[in-house]
Structure formats: structure tokens, C-alpha cells
Ligand binder design. Sequence first.
Ligand code: SIN
Length: 526
Amino acid sequence: MSLSTDFIVIGSGVAGLRAAIALAEAGADVTVLTKDKASESNTEYAQGGVAVVLSDDDNAELHEGDTLVAGAGLCDERAVETLVTEGTKYIKQLIEWGTEFDREGGKLVFTQEAAHSRRRILHAHGDSTGAEFVRSLIARAGRESRISLLPFAATESLLTADGRCTGVRYLDPILRYPREIFAKAVILCTGGAGQLYQHTTNPPVATGDGMAMAFFAGADMADMEFIQFHPTALSLECAPRFLLSEAMRGEGGILRNAQGERFMGRYDERLELAPRDIVSRSIVAEMRRTGSRTVFLDMTALDGGFLRHRFPKIDETCRAFGLEIARDMLPVSPASHYCMGGVRTDLWGRTTLPGLYAAGEVTCTGVHGANRLASNSLLEGLVFGARAGEAAAMDNGQLPVASSRPKAGNDVEEDSRKPVLSTAVRKRVKRVMWERVGILRDRESLQRAIAEFDQIAKANLSTASRNFVTLARLVAAAALWREESRGGHFRTDFPNQKESFRLHSIQRLGQPISSSERVEPGEYSR
Ligand code: SIN
């Protein structure tokens, strides 16, 4: 028996929860599907904070300017303007809803991160900002009787009929078999794909399946080549790549090589607070130069009491691995962290597939361009999650819920394709991505990666495995197409930025890569 609701939201990070609240406020019934428990998303792990114009010495033009500079010529200026101007309103609303940002003497405390011209980063419980967002948004969503949260319900594919997204097929968490649910529209908020890489700061759920589902359903993907590598993930043989927040460098942390030298001066005059792509490449160069597999984050000049208070989660995690942050050199190396590209949307979350909206890291709104400014992602999820919810309600309010048996976006033989991502495929793809589609890329490495992905794809793969390898191929193909270096994409065979590539890469099922100068607001059909 199939189910129906007014709207389906896939994902329960900041974008998904905010979209669901906007839909419920518009009087619609919403079902939120999430493949793990509701709190498990990239949002939950965001440490550093949220960038927002709220301090006396700041203004929207400054935040906009910093975001555009970080984006290296590929931001959509209207998207950035929307982010920085509306961001303040939505953060104030979040505070009204009970989000507790850190304060001193009742006043909000702002920290510094790389490439920001002002101290404008709000944080919560020191280094648990994302978790505080999730806590307060789940509490707020819980007060809306129209929102139903369905945890442990992994979406397999988007359903389409007559060129429109009409619902999703998901794995029923109790019955353990695929079910279909229909709606007036679907809002995709499934987050990023950091798990494509062997080393990542992202949780295991960040496999990018929403991106792959949208691609198979016919939506355009943009700028998939732009992956942000975070410079300072804890690098111990025995530990996952736990994020050591950029805010640690913002508070005065120093990077040293294996010989104990502070090395960033060799690479950039902004030292440890140079943009992330520069710091990550500098670390790789320094590790190669010194023949070491890590560099070190040195916080020893800072007071231990301050560090424990400011970074309690990081302190606790480092201690669990025998490291004292105020005393020890912390071994770090870069790890994949954020996807700037994704499902192409306009300024209201409309994708190129009618009935499908998207918000948050799964999208390419044009906010981040070729490189995301630190701490802009929670803000993006909040602002564009709300806008996608509002637009979906406005565009589709009068539509009936689809009832006919539609065609699945993943047009597959159901019985041969189980939803599980195989360990063998996961491991192989992650290794190839790290070695050949990583921080430094060139034509040969990318061509070899694509050949390997094509080889893997010949097998009779599960839906999840096919999604994973397809996504890897999309990143590699876009990286091969872009014969220049810009933002998070660095080609050793084309080390300079080229004006002729001030374009977005666009990928569409069954078509060769094309390019577009910009995304027009409202250009997509509803
Ligand atoms: C960090 O805390 O370094 C990560 C924050 C972000 O990615 O914006």
C-alpha cells in the first residue's frame, strides 16, 4: 500500500528541519525521512560555528565581500546577498526559538576564522554549534503537529511521472522492504558526500545519495569538481579523522612541520588563517618536503583552562586518544570536508526537475562558488532551507498529490538492487578518490579514476553502490573538464586560474558536460 502526504523532506540536518518548519507554518503536512536517527547529519558535527552579521563593527557588505573573495569568481552574487542579508533575521529567530549561543556578560561572543575580515562567528557550547542547531530545531519541529519524523528510513530513489518528481521510494525501517510515498513536492536536504574520500571529517551518513538520486531523476548537477578539504583533521592511525576546528587557529593555534618549524609563512602571508584550500595544499607540500605523514597543530601558547572551556568536545576527543591540547603537538592532515557543488537550484531551492526542491550541502545555490567561506554552511542551510520550504508551499499548494504509479528516478530492476552500499565498492571508490581526485589532480590521474569507476559500474551493483560510484564519476569528470585551478579545485597540470573557465560545470543524465555562466532566479519551472 502506498502512502501520501503534502510534502516530503529528505534529511534532518539544519536545511531539512528548517524547510519542514516552513512548510508546516504554511499549513501543510510534512513527512521528514532520514536514514539514521534524526540528529545524525553533517549539521550535528559542525564545530566552528555560524557566520552572521550581528556585531557592531560588521555589516552585510563586508560579509558578502569575504564570501565572494573566498568563492574565487564563481559565486552567484544574488545568492550571496540573500545569504548575508536574510541570515541575520533567521539567526535572530533561531535565538527566539531557544538556540543558546555562547555569551559573556549576556553578550554574544564572536570568534575569528580564516578569510573573514571581522570576528563574526557565533558558536554554541564552545565547539558544538551544529549539535545545538539540531537540538533546537528538532525541539521546534516537535511543536508542529503537521511534521512527522520518520527515522532510519533510507530513501532509495525519487519517483517521477510526466517529467515531475512525485514522491520517493524508501526502505521501511520496521518492515524492511521498499515502500512508496507520494507528495505534491519533495525537498531534498540530504547533505554532502565527504564519504567519497578515504579521509574525511564527515560522518558515515554523508555518502551523497541525495545528489545521485537527483541526478538519476533528471535534475542538473553543478560544479561537482569543487570539494573543500579541511586542513586540520586529527591524524592518528587508530582514530577517525576528527575535525580540529579552524576556530583553533582563529584563537591563535600555529601549524608546525615534523621538524617543529612554523611553515605557513613559506606559502601565504595570512599564515594559518589563509583560505582553507591554500592551507591544505601547503600542508601537503610540507608533508612531502619533510617526508612526514602529518604536520602538527600547536596550541601550547594558549591557556589550558581557556582551551578546555572554548573547545570542550575537541578536548574530550583528544584526551580519549592520549593527547592534551594545551600540552601536546596535535598531529593533523587534510581531509575532505564539504561539497561546494551539487544539485543546481535557483534562489528558492527549485531544481531543474519540477516538483523537486533542494537546500543545504546537497545543492549548488551559487553561494559558495569555488570555495566556501568558513562557517557559511549552517547559515546557508537555515536561510535556503526556509526559502525552499516557503517556495514549495507557494508553488504547489493547490496541486493534488500524485496518485498514479510513477516511474522511479532510479529505473532499476527492484529485486536485483538492494539499498546497501557494499563495503568493497565503498573502500575502492574512496581510495581512488583520495589518490586520484584529491587535493592535487591532473589529467592522467583523473582519466585513470574515471576508467576505474567505469569498470566498477559494470558489475551488477546495489542501488546505493551504483549511486556512490556514479557520484564519484561526476566529481572526477567535472574535475577533468575544468582545465584550470580555482578555489578548492587544483590541477597540477593547469595551476593557474583562467578567465575562460569562469563558468559553472553542468552535468545532466545522458548528456556530455556543458557549462553555464549563472543560475537565474525563478528560471526553473515549478
Ligand atoms: C570548522 O570548525 O573548522 C569547520 C567549520 C566549517 O566548516 O565551516
